[in-house]
Design a protein around this ligand. Sequence first.
Ligand code: ADP
Ligand code: MG
Length: 299
Amino acid sequence: MKTILTLNNLTKRFGPLTAVDNLSFKIEKGNVYGILGPNGSGKSTTLGMVLNVVNKTSGDFFWFDGNESTHNALKKVGAIIERPNFYPYMTAKQNLNLVCKIKNVKNAKIEEKLALVGLLDRKNSKFRTFSLGMKQRLAIASALLNDPEILILDEPTAGVDIELRYMLWDFLKKINEKGKTVLLTTHYIEEAEQLCDRIAIIDNGKIIIDDTTENLTEKNGESQLVIECDNLNKDINLDDINFNIDEDKIIIKTDSPNRSLPLIMEKLNNSKVVISNIEIKKNTLEQVFLKLTKNNATN
Ligand code: ADP
Ligand code: MG
């Protein structure tokens, strides 16, 4: 697996305040990686450091295999860390023409990227006539002009309405399916859960946990297996497995529902219980987040 970005104990202090505190993680190619944390937890400062717009205090980071300067590596990175900033009286195409000049990219890329974000038919419309969603998509097209290895977005859906948020999620999923690595920050738990393959939860500049979204929701705390049965007998025996019975349902609390299920099914089968439906009620990331940030606060 190719590594895109590596952080080793990266730290930023503003006077007495430690905004980013010994952050270490890796971003692998092809993933959507999320940094999830409340306002002021250090997300933008972290992006600022790896994009060379904020000076680090200590620790280290390197792009790709670490064999080239950050300046050169950043030519292969597409980032949107501020609100889209284009000339209002110029068209989409004219704005991207300017970006091509600055980035030293061929103009031929413009139409390809406008098509990718669904704005090709609006290429000759002035930027000021665009809706917020269109402005954001134009910013993404702009960041993708030089075919970067990774697309970085700082709180891409902060303050936008639900409809636009869902549209951007869909759109980012599609970009990722085409092979683009994505790093985004967010304070929306649902956004991280929906979009990211891997999430680092940060609080007060520190990583509380860094794991796959799947592991985060499965590992941290109990999930429930709800097994609906046709001929449930109150005397069934599942040996050492604890369970409750609620009408025709067997309810089992487990840390790892996917792993426990085959054994439970076998035992039910041996007891001649006919299973009519199985539901796994996993922890939501929200429950995990609240639990972890609460633990962290009391540590
Ligand atoms: P987030 O993006 O997660 O909301 P930030 O990285 O913007 O958080 O900020 C982290 C902390 O660092 C906050 O307490 C913020 O007030 C502080 N901070 C950010 N930039 C500066 C700065 N230039 N000078 C002083 N403090 C700063
Ligand atoms: Mg921020």
